[in-house]
Design a protein around this ligand. Structure first.
Ligand code: F3S
Length: 424
């Protein structure tokens, strides 16, 4: 791999042991991928927190040990300096305010707080959300990033036009210290053109429609780059957030184009560039109905848990939930957890939305989600969610039955204690 003088100096230890470890990791990783060089990045989104029970024995040896082992893949403990690249913490396993409700051991909750102080002292911004682009980390078109979390990566590449592969704990840990990441995959302009055409022949409007379409597209194109034609209504952040998260769950989609909407596709021709569509895939009313049926893993209509906010809710979604819950009461056998970034929760509190949700019997959570924390209320058997991603993962992770539908379906189910959602 070709290295600049500065990169060689980092590798050889002139900038400290931690950066030498980080460079060694990035060089090995890049060479394994066939990257010819590294690229500068000043935007890293990774997972740094000590929030899982298995981490406790490592943390007993100090947080430098945690970073060395988990974020640099180093058996030797090195002293971790302040990060070089602008870096944020993604989602964690523990809500710092609602850890008791999550059933988290007090020592582990305290460990997470100590870990956050350590990370903050090193310049890691504790956004604690899978949607950093909702709370201030918004890379611009063409910017090279090193992001983890599939729903964030697909948004970064497709909607923002910034460039990232799906990175891991180790590569983001190394990128934070060196401001470098291997130059391969979606960093290269020639790898960003579409190769599958999705011909949409049904109106795609609300968030549920976009989630269903994403879920269908993921299965249909797997790890390819779809180009959507036939989108007649302008989507917004919330809809594209749900579309991308779903496509990255049922398939491994990391980038898509919507001509006239996403920044690298002013037209279908620009979206495909030198490529020709390898396959044309139709999405009409029959496909919509079939994917709606496929995503439901529940048969029992009596439910115990409703989860909203995957990916983490925007402020508009918080407002909508409050509007739907105003003056209503959640069924005594059901628990409702609503997930939003902590920064948005503050706006929701100030706007009175949290009060309405809590008065109705719901809980507003930040920093985490059930799929990442693997924590839900005790004894849950049947869940309902407005997220295709959560409907895909939770039944497998937690061995529960899952219903998927609109926010309205989910709120009505939370109030009635029973699922009545159908496709309109
Ligand atoms: Fe975010 Fe958890 Fe969903 S990380 S995208 S809320 S599975």
């Amino acid at each position: 791999m070709k290295l600049t003088d500065h990169e060689k100096a980092m590798r050889d230890g002139a900038h400290g042991a931690a950066r030498a470890r980080a460079m060694d990791l990035l060089i090995r990783y890049g060479e394994a991928l066939g990257a010819e060089r590294l690229v500068e990045t000043n935007n890293v989104a990774g997972a740094f927190n000590a929030s899982t029970p298995s981490i406790r024995h490592i943390a007993e040896q100090g947080f430098d040990k945690v970073y060395s082992e988990l974020n640099l893949d180093s058996d030797e403990t090195v002293e971790i300096p302040h990060v070089t690249a602008s870096t944020c913490q993604l989602i964690t396993g523990i809500d710092n305010d609602n850890w008791k409700l999550q059933g988290v051991d007090p020592q582990l909750a305290e460990l997470q707080k100590q870990s956050e102080r350590y990370l903050g002292q090193r310049g890691i911004n504790l956004m604690a959300t899978c949607t950093p682009y909702q709370v201030g980390n918004v890379p611009v078109k063409g910017e090279h990033c090193a992001w983890m979390e599939s729903s964030a990566v697909i948004y970064c590449n497709s909607v923002l036009g910034a460039r990232t592969n799906v990175e891991g704990k180790e590569s983001t840990g190394a990128a934070a210290l060196t401001a470098r990441i291997p130059y391969w995959g979606y960093h290269l302009p020639e790898n960003r053109f579409g190769n599958r055409l999705i011909e949409i022949d049904v109106e795609i409007d609300d968030m549920m429609d976009w989630g269903l379409l994403g879920y269908f597209v993921g299965y249909a194109v797997e790890e390819n780059i779809p180009v959507l034609s036939g989108v007649t209504r302008q989507p917004n952040l919330v809809k594209l957030k749900h579309f991308g998260a779903a496509a990255a769950s049922s398939g491994g989609v990391e980038m898509y184009h919507i001509p006239g909407v996403t920044p690298e596709a002013s037209s279908e021709a620009e979206a495909f560039g030198p490529n020709r569509p390898v396959e044309r895939i139709r999405y009409g009313q029959a496909e919509r109905q079939a994917i709606f049926e496929r995503i439901q893993s529940a048969t029992d209509r009596k439910l115990d848990f409703v989860m909203l906010g995957c990916p983490h809710n925007s402020i508009e979604q918080m407002a909508l939930i409050a509007e739907l819950l105003e003056g209503r009461r959640i069924h005594p056998d059901v628990q409702l957890w609503v997930h939003t970034p902590r920064a948005i929760k503050q706006i929701a509190e100030r706007s009175g939305y949290c009060e309405v949700i809590e008065k109705a019997g719901g809980v507003v959570m930040s920093d985490t989600c059930p799929a990442i924390s693997r924590r839900m209320p005790e004894g849950v058997r049947v869940i309902a969610t407005d997220s295709a991603k959560q409907a895909h993962y939770l039944p497998a992770i937690a061995k529960v039955q899952g219903w998927f539908g609109s926010v309205r379906h989910c709120i009505d189910a939370a109030v009635a204690g029973e699922w009545r959602g159908e496709l309109a």
